[in-house]
Ligand binder design. Sequence first.
Ligand code: ATP
Ligand code: MG
Length: 403
Amino acid sequence: MERVTQVLATTNEISLKGGNRAWFERTLTDNVRRALADLPGASVSRPAWRVLVSFAEPVDFAEVARRLHTVFGLGAIMAVEHAGFTLADLEASLVPRLETMTASTFAVRCLRSDKSYPMTSPEIEREVGTIVQRRTGWPVQLRDPELTIHVLVDENGLFTWTRRVAGPGGLPVGVGGRGACLLSGGIDSPVAAYMMMKRGMRLDFIHFHSVPRTDPASLEKVHDLVRVLNRYQGQARLVMVPLLAIQEQIAARCPAPLRVLLYRRFMLSLAERIARRFKARALVTGESLGQVASQTIENLAAVEAVASLPVLRPLIGLDKLEIIGLARSAGTFELSIQPHVDCCSFLLPDQPATKSHASELDAAEALLEVTELVDDALERTEVHRIADAAAWEEIPIPAGAGS
Ligand code: ATP
Ligand code: MG
């Protein structure tokens, strides 16, 4: 377990965003503060293209990395030592740490963001390399060394680190607009949410249920999924929409092969009405091309015809195994695989249509009391504000951060 008092994280794509940069950086630092709120006295400063966190007492680096890995917009996470201002300070800080390390080869890499510092980066690399070699006898190897000692020179002096963990990438949640995610209790839709949050989108969640035909316990599972996703964005609305009356009328009046597609159409139009109330600009689903019969391109198009907001499907080109990998890193997988009965898993036809057309679904809907069904469902909709988040143990420690 490596204990640290300072952690430096680089920002990901923020430098590309010109005029919005200050806003992006402010959002990012706020998100970092939120993620570290439970660690002792984390103070967060924002020098140029990075974020520096100082803790009031030593903390486990793996725990810091776990938390920072939920902050989209961070590019890399390093445990750093502030090594004073001069090479002599640096030597004093580095030497005791060298004694705890072993390496068959090493290199020194310097990054100088304070251009007024009296030495250039290559000079610093050479000098520090000499110090290390004198103390340890390790041979220098510039290409692919076992140990890389990094030195950063900025207005606050010299910082060193030897371990770097990849950050989550993406953009800070809050800079990508607002969306509404159709969240089932399955594996895919929480991953779709994760991917849109990763691009900076703030999400509310909409869940359709068939209570009392399905167990109300399945609603608790959806709450729990939102709590995990809240680790990435703080808080969210969770809207619970009753679908049972709609499903029963569809099952009674419409051709069986179209049932699931008609359920989906109602989901999209209800979600759109709810999303507009929250000023969301897009709907998000966990669909992946060809994964099931309702997700052929013909069926996706026929269902989507009722929506006027863009329907974002970040998983459209992913295989199930790739989605599962993402679910594991998001921390949603274990919850998703707990058994539950989804609203679409009963009243199911034996042979669902694989190639429908919007006009065919329009004709089927003409057999239904659409306005009444929609109004009734909206009236019985419940909006929950989920302000708390899952325990940190549910979020995995990123690869390389150890524990
Ligand atoms: P998931 O793992 O998300 O359940 P899936 O492969 O089971 O995905 P489907 O059941 O076909 O896929 O659903 C496709 C998408 O439709 C889901 O990813 C989700 O966005 C939305 N959806 C399905 N059922 C519900 C539901 N009960 N409430 C909200 N959205 C749903
Ligand atoms: Mg599902």
